[in-house]
Structures are given as C-alpha cells and as structure tokens.
Design a protein around this ligand. Structure first.
Ligand code: NAP
Length: 491
C-alpha cells in the first residue's frame, strides 16, 4: 500500500507545475498557485501556477512570435515531431494513466485507453502533416488558371475540459502542429496535470520554443477574453459546455476569428424490437458507463421498443449493479468518483426530480456516503418527458429508460432536443438502419455499437452541440486557410 502511495506521489511530483511559455517553465507573475484535487479522496495532489491575464498575454506573445518560423518548418519535420511525441506517450503510458486517474478519477484501464487514444491523434496528424494539398485547375472559360494553396490559420487558442484531460488536448494540438500553427492551450482547472506532462513530452520530442504554450488558471474568463479580443490569435478551438461556448463565440465575433466548438450533448440510445439485445446491452454499458458517464457522447436518454423494454431494463440493471465502484487506481474498479461534489449533487438532484415525476428506480438511485464523490450506477424506467434529465446532460452513471411503439415516434423523440452530438441505434434491419440514420439530427451515430470516438473519424456535432469537426481527414482543415491565386495565361 505504501509503495502504491509512493508511486502516486512520484508520478504527480514529476509533472512541472509552472506555466509553459516560450519553451520555458515559470511561475505565475503573481506567484499564485491553485490546488488540484483527487476526486476519489478530496485530497490535494498538487499546486499549479495560477496564471493572471498578463501571463496569458505573454503566452500569446510567445505564440505570435513563433508563428512565422514554425510555419516555415517543413511538413516532414512537423510530422516527425508528432510521431516522436506519439512514441513517448506510449512509452510512458503507465505513469500518464496513473496521473490522469489521480486528477480525474476514471479507472486506470480507461485512463490507459485515453492515453492511447490521445497518442493516436498525434500518429494520425503526423500522417496528415505531409498530405496537406491544394489544387490547380483551368478556369471554366479557359482564360487563366486557378491555383489553390493551404496555409496555417495562425496562432490558435485552445481550451479543453476536464473529462478527457489528455485526448481533448491532443485532438487540437495534433492538427495545429501538423498544419503549422502555434498555440496557447488552457487546460481545465480540475485536470491540468495531464496537459502539463504532455507539454514536457512535446518539448522532448523536439517542438521548437513558443509553438506550444500552456497556461493554467483558476480564473479563465478574465485571462482568455483579452487574448481572444487581441487580434493576433486567428483561431479558437474550444471543447466544453454549450453555455461557455456561446459566450466565447460572441467574444470571437469581434476579431472575426475562426472557431471550432465541441460542445454539450444529449445522446439518445434507440433499441428497436429487432435489435440483438446482447449487443444492445453491451453497447449501453459502453455508451453509458465509459468515463463514469462523464462524456459528451454519453447515452443520456434510452428509448426502447415496448416489446423488449422490460427485458432490456432488467438486464441493464443487473449489469450496472454488478460494476465495482471505488478509487480508479484499485484493481478491477469500473466506476470511479465523479469529478466533484457539485457534479455528484447535480446527478442526485436529476434522479430525485425524475422519481418525483413518476420514474421507477431499478438499481441505484442515491448518493454514496463517505470520502470521494461517488454516485452508484443507476437505472430508471418510465422516465417521463418532462423529467429534467431528458433535456440536460446527466454527466453521471444514470440510464433513464422510456418506451416507444413506432419508428416514427423513436426518431421524433431522439430529435426532440437542441443538441445533436451523438446517437446510438440498435437494429438488425438494414433498411431501418439507413432510414433512421438519415433522419437523425446529429453529428455522429453508433450503429449497433456504443462508441463513436475514433481519431480517423470526424468528431463533432450539429445544432447546439457545436461547429466544426476534430479528427479524421477534415480535422486538419480546421487549422488551415485556403489561398487562391488567379493566374493570367495567354493562349
Ligand atoms: P466548461 O465549464 O464549459 O469548461 C470547459 C473549459 O472552458 C475549461 O477549461 C474551463 O476552465 C474553460 N472556461 C470556463 N469558462 C470560461 C470562460 N468564460 N472563458 C474561457 N474559458 C472558460 O465545461 P466542463 O464542465 O469542463 O466540461 C464538460 C462539458 O464539455 C460538457 O458539456 C461536455 O458535453 C462538453 N464536452 C464536449 C466534448 C465534445 O467534443 N463535444 C468533449 C468533451 C466534453 P475551468 O476549468 O477553469 O472552468
């Protein structure tokens, strides 16, 4: 046990705790720090630098200064840096996973999975860096030629959330590096350690000074707003809540900045009467319980055909009740703590609200006492449409089930939301699968599977779930401008 604690402390203390600006680590100008907690115990893990608005501007200055020279670095060199960083991430997977589990709470097996997922964005974009192309064509009337070329958009501001502390960073940093952009990254206050560790790795991989700058702060609004309004940053890429995304869009309007917005979700999970129930239950566990339900793609509303709803609820309840709960670092744990007391209390109040409105508890349904912010896996049936959890992200291990009779009804219920990030569809009927997929208002669909994330696929949403896509072939386009040259030719 002592050995385990010693290892935890060693991993945490190996992470630089300062601001990473212009290739150097330094404290905040005021000397201020803020605490990072382990959500499984409430214990303080580390103190990290608390950047002021002036620190933020220095980071932007460093990024702006490095932009021209970085854009001139050959694509192959940019690609090689990402590839080396990919190798280093995999080499240090165990320590990085432990670090992530400590600051965020997810079980170690999932943290290992996230390190690999995060690294894969670097491998993918190391491959894309050397495939940036433009175009050349003859003007339709034959008079002149048209040359299209791609250029980096310029210095970028990248803001990431706490739920995937490393992958939400590499999904932005990878394409920015590949495209030749410099950047300032602001990680989430609750989980800055993973990205600070990543900054060290990028430096080791040979990233030139000033290309990547990382500023941690306990007060993001006054630091980010002047950076956004300054004019030197040409792009903002944000992953987080729709409420904050909306505010940032307003701020970006001033300088007409490019934006990518990966915002909230409210994913429906549809199980048709012809679905393979074994597959649907497996998919439900994955879509609901990955990251303890704290994922933007988490299944938030289950709609099950009435003929199979009882069996689905019973089997899902049995599986959920059997999942081991505990500190993510413990062997076999599948359900870690939620990120903080406010998150746990929000989940509890959503469940209480649904029960008050008539929902029935199959398993779970009450917060767990003791240290750490635990909420047990919970399955509810007969959840009415007016329950608040049908319209808000639960962000916890709660599966609310309602029934439907017809395909039309299922599609209408799925689309009855302002969000449109992910949907899950379970059916063995190919015609139905196409019909339903084509009519769902969403950016991503898991068809007979409970997971959509893949570095090679375009991740993103429609409606209030965001703008733009990350990953896949289009991921790098978000960091590129198209310039066109009209060429006069004589025939
Ligand atoms: P959040 O409160 O919106 O915070 C996200 C990030 O924005 C954090 O770094 C936060 O800093 C920062 N921030 C907050 N207010 C800001 C402001 N006024 N100006 C500039 N930055 C500001 O979201 P969260 O609770 O961390 O993350 C959960 C949300 O993210 C959920 O809605 C989830 O669906 C969404 N999400 C979406 C995706 C996707 O790809 N679509 C992926 C993951 C998560 P602090 O940490 O200091 O507050």
């Amino acid at each position: 046990m002592l050995d385990e604690f010693a290892r935890e402390e060693k991993v945490v203390s190996s992470v630089p705790s300062g601001l990473f600006i212009g290739g150097a680590w330094r404290p905040a100008e005021t000397g201020a720090t803020f605490a990072v907690e382990d959500p499984s115990t409430g214990r303080v893990l580390a103190q990290v630098a608390d950047a002021s608005p002036a620190d933020g501007m220095q980071a932007l200055e460093a990024a702006a200064k490095a932009q021209a020279s970085w854009a001139a670095v050959p694509p192959r060199e940019r690609s090689d840096i990402l590839r080396r960083a990919y190798d280093l991430l995999l080499e240090r997977k165990e320590d990085l996973a432990l670090l992530m589990t400590l600051e965020m709470g997810k079980p170690l097996a999932e943290a290992r999975g996230e390190v690999v997922y995060a690294a894969e964005f670097f491998r993918w974009f190391s491959e894309e860096a050397v495939r940036i192309d433009g175009g050349f064509t003859t003007a339709p009337n034959g008079e002149g030629r048209l040359l299209m070329m791609k250029e980096p958009v310029g210095p970028c501001l990248l803001i990431t959330p706490w739920n995937f502390p490393m992958a939400m960073g590499t999904r932005k940093i990878g394409p920015a590096v590949a495209a030749g952009c410099t950047m300032v990254v602001k990680p989430a206050e609750q989980t800055p350690l993973s990205l600070l560790a990543l900054a060290g790795i990028m430096q080791e991989a040979g990233l030139p000074d000033g290309v990547l700058n990382v500023v941690t702060t306990s007060n993001p609004a006054p630091m980010m707003e002047p950076m956004i309004r300054d004019g030197r940053a040409r792009k903002l890429s944000f992953t987080g809540s729709t409420a904050v995304g909306r505010k940032l869009l307003e701020q970006c309007a001033d300088q007409v900045m490019r934006t990518s917005m990966e915002l909230g979700g409210n994913a429906p999970f549809l199980v048709f009467e012809d679905a393979d129930l074994d597959v649907a239950i497996e998919g439900a566990i994955q879509a609901k319980m990955r990251n303890i339900g704290e994922a933007c793609t988490a299944a938030n509303r289950f709609y099950v055909h009435s003929s199979v709803a009882d069996e689905f609820a019973r089997r899902l309840g049995e599986r959920m009740a059997a999942l081991p709960i505990g500190r993510g670092v413990e062997d076999g744990v599948v359900v870690g703590p939620l990120i903080d007391a406010a998150a746990r209390d929000k989940v509890a109040s959503l469940v209480d609200d649904a029960v008050r409105r008539g929902a029935e508890v199959v398993v779970g349904g009450a917060s767990l006492d003791g240290e750490g912010y635990y909420y047990p896996p919970t399955v509810l049936t007969n959840v009415p449409e007016d329950a608040v959890m049908r319209h808000e992200e639960i962000f916890g291990p709660v599966a609310p089930i309602a029934t439907f009779e017809t395909e039309e009804e299922a599609i209408a219920a799925a689309n009855d939301t302002d969000f449109g990030l992910a949907c899950y569809v379970f059916t063995r009927d190919l015609d139905r699968a196409f019909r339903v997929c084509e009519r769902l208002e969403t950016g991503m669909i898991g068809l007979n599977q409970g997971m959509v994330s893949n570095p090679a696929a375009p991740f993103g949403g429609v409606k209030h779930s965001g703008l733009g896509r990350e990953g896949g072939r289009v991921g790098i386009e978000e960091f590129l401008e198209t310039k066109y040259v009209a060429i006069a030719t004589k025939s």
